[in-house]
Design a protein around this ligand. Structure first.
Ligand code: FA5
Length: 370
């Protein structure tokens, strides 16, 4: 036993000297391995314990533990000392100018096509005097449906199925089942009217929305831009003029617009708005490259507009009196129009993209084209 205790004493002494004079972190790590590592000096002493009579082992074990604790403390102290010294040296050295440009030229990233389209659309409406508003993506049923004249049993809800959360688990006092992922940006209409309190209201709201959809032109999460204009004397002519100006700014000067009657519970009358096809210029046909072809073979069908010459781009209409009331406005005095468009679709039509899923696959070969 005396032999092992002597070895432990020698180990502790050796450690105090060596650790005290270690010059850097690498030297400290080597010393940790030398004294405490699996194949280190302490393990070698402990292996010798097997040959001791059982009654002597606890005493040696106790001393071995004390030595290990001491060596660990010495290593920690030395590390603290080295760190402090390094910091002092850095502070005393020449200052680092964090404002200098980087030395390596990394390729610059750029905005995602959806972000770009959203910003382009917002910029056009900003020039027309619209302010950007926002609302929550996790929305109350009341704002997403009821306030927009879509009661619980209304068939329009089937087209906008989404994820519902039982409110009892959120505990904010609203009735059960009334929290959902918003299915369109239209709830912001109500929120904006309530927030502003008095007309004029001229807002657009870009944002994410959710539906139970998935195919080449529909995804479960997508983006919309909502628009709302309310004041005294706003008419359908204002809606037409605004959207025609927008279509020309977004798709190009010669773009024509047409309105088809449609139904959304929150507008009356409502319309689907088409623009002349930005890919074929509204002719429905595209020129076939490659020399002098006979007239019947010089053009081919435009796949984007399916040869109709028209692209359906958004829903719009005059704000329903009930919606104005829910927003806190007197429908006898004020009128307004609203519209809502899908950003993925707007970018697809502008850039000639045929599969919406490409936006979300993050394949750089696709993204780098924009
Ligand atoms: C609406 O969401 C209405 N809130 C629009 C509106 C606002 C009408 C104001 C009147 C007044 P709709 O369900 O048609 O309407 O959706 C609008 C656009 O969102 C569509 O034209 C389409 O471009 C896009 N869209 C709809 N579902 C998806 C989807 N799953 N994935 C990608 N885009 C979608």
């Amino acid at each position: 036993m005396a032999d092992l205790l002597g070895q432990l004493e020698a180990l502790a002494k050796g450690a105090r000297e060596a650790i005290g004079s270690a010059a850097d972190e690498k030297a400290l790590e080597d010393l940790r391995v030398r004294f405490l590592g699996k194949k280190g000096e302490l393990s070698a002493v402990l292996r010798g314990m097997g040959a001791l009579p059982a009654e002597e082992r606890p005493r040696v074990g106790e001393v071995a533990n004390r030595v290990r604790d001491e060596v660990e403390a010495l290593l920690a102290d030395a590390k603290g000392r080295l760190d402090a010294r390094k910091l002092e040296a850095e502070l005393a050295g020449p200052p680092i100018d964090v404002t200098l440009p980087g030395r390596r030229l990394l390729p610059r990233g750029h905005r995602h096509p959806i972000t770009r389209a959203t910003e382009d659309i917002s910029a056009i409406f900003a020039r027309l005097g619209y302010e950007v508003a926002s609302g929550p993506e996790i929305e109350l049923d009341w704002f997403n449906f009821e306030a927009l004249n879509i009661p619980p049993d209304h068939p329009a809800r089937d087209m906008q199925d989404t994820f519902y959360v039982e409110v009892s688990t959120l505990g904010d006092g609203a009735p059960d089942g009334s929290v959902l992922l918003r299915t369109h940006t239209s709830p912001v209409q109500i929120r904006a009217m309530q927030r502003l309190g008095v007309p004029p209201v001229r807002i657009i709201c870009p944002g994410r929305v959710y539906r139970s959809d998935y195919d080449q032109t529909h995804s479960p999460m997508f983006h919309q831009v909502e628009g709302l204009c309310v004041d005294e004397g706003i008419t359908f002519a204002d809606l037409k003029g605004t959207l025609a100006a927008f279509a020309r700014a977004y798709f190009g000067e010669g773009t024509r617009t047409r309105f088809r009657p449609s139904y959304f519970p929150f507008v009356e009358p409502g319309a689907e708005v088409d623009v002349s096809c930005s890919i074929c210029g509204g002719t429905g046909r595209l020129p076939v490259p490659g020399g002098q072809l006979p007239p019947d073979r010089a053009t081919r069908r435009c796949g984007t507009c399916k040869e109709t010459g028209w692209l359906e781009v958004l829903g719009a209409g005059m704000v329903h009196p009930k919606v104005l009331e829910n927003g806190g406005f007197d429908p006898k005095r004020y009128s307004g129009f609203a519209f809502g468009m899908g950003v993925e679709r707007m970018a697809m039509l502008r850039y000639g993209i045929d599969d919406l899923r490409l936006y979300f696959e993050n394949d750089l070969r696709f993204l780098e084209q924009f």
